[in-house]
Design a protein around this ligand. Structure first.
Ligand SMILES: [Zn+2]
Length: 246
């Protein structure tokens, strides 16, 4: 009889212990969920379900959200509006391979000459590049803001490398921009052609902003890629499974 009572006591203790362990595990799990939820609320850039806001710092989920816009012009313009980025919309233009149903102009793109219209995804890339890369890098390296960005063109109804056949360039729909250099607020110029390999601050600035652009554009081609790009960065928003960054 005594032996039975001891056994019962032991099995009760084990039962209680198992129950406690479960309760603790449940509590730990619940606190992780609550903490995780609070953390994602504070870091929407890392939350794949939070709507994209270009004012947020770049995070783990930023690139997939940018890619998800694809060529959905309405969704893209909604992102600009939500992010309080000023822009204008021009009427569609062109036809066939060079049709431009989406002509968006960023009010403060700093692009010169003119302020060319481009697709909304390209405009988003440019805005992000300016705010999250070019301006902070210029402040850090030179203590100056970027006053203007020199471009070599956005829209050009042509095939790749101007060939008579083959794939059309992203420039044919205004989904690309070629960047030749930058002017700082004190008038200092930084040129892809002259300063890419200068071994100094300008060259460092150029390779840093080239690298940064790879998280914001589908394609980035620089002087590292080939001689055709010795004097400019080609940036486009071609829809690809993997970005091109060279
Ligand atoms: Zn180009």
């Amino acid at each position: 009889m005594g032996c039975y009572a001891v056994k019962l006591e032991i099995s009760r203790s084990i039962g209680k212990f198992v129950f406690d362990r479960r309760a603790i595990a449940l509590l730990v799990f619940a606190s992780i969920l609550v903490a995780g939820h609070a953390w994602l609320r504070a870091h929407p850039e890392n939350n794949p379900w939070a709507p994209l806001d270009l004012r947020d710092p770049p995070g783990w989920a930023t690139q997939s959200k940018l890619a998800a816009i694809g060529s959905d012009t309405e969704a893209c313009r909604a992102v600009l509006e939500r992010s309080e980025v000023q822009f204008d919309v021009l009427a569609s233009q062109g036809s066939g391979a060079c049709a431009r149903p989406d002509r968006t102009i960023l009010s403060e793109s700093l692009l010169q000459p003119g302020n060319p219209a481009m697709t909304c995804p390209a405009a988003i890339g440019l805005h992000l590049w300016l705010e999250k890369s070019l301006q902070p890098a210029a402040m850090q390296k030179f203590g100056q803001e970027i006053a203007s960005i020199q471009h070599l063109g956005v829209y050009n109804c042509r095939r790749l490398y101007g060939r008579s056949e083959g794939a059309w360039s992203e420039h044919a729909t205004g989904n690309a921009v070629d960047i030749a250099g930058f002017t700082l607020s004190d008038g200092t110029t930084i040129s892809v052609l002259s300063d890419w390999d200068d071994g100094g601050a300008k060259g460092e600035f150029l390779s840093r902003v080239r690298d940064d652009a790879c998280a914001m554009f589908g394609t980035v081609l620089s002087p590292d890629y080939n001689a055709a790009h010795r004097d400019h960065f080609h940036l486009d928003q071609a829809e690809r499974a993997w970005g091109v960054c060279r």
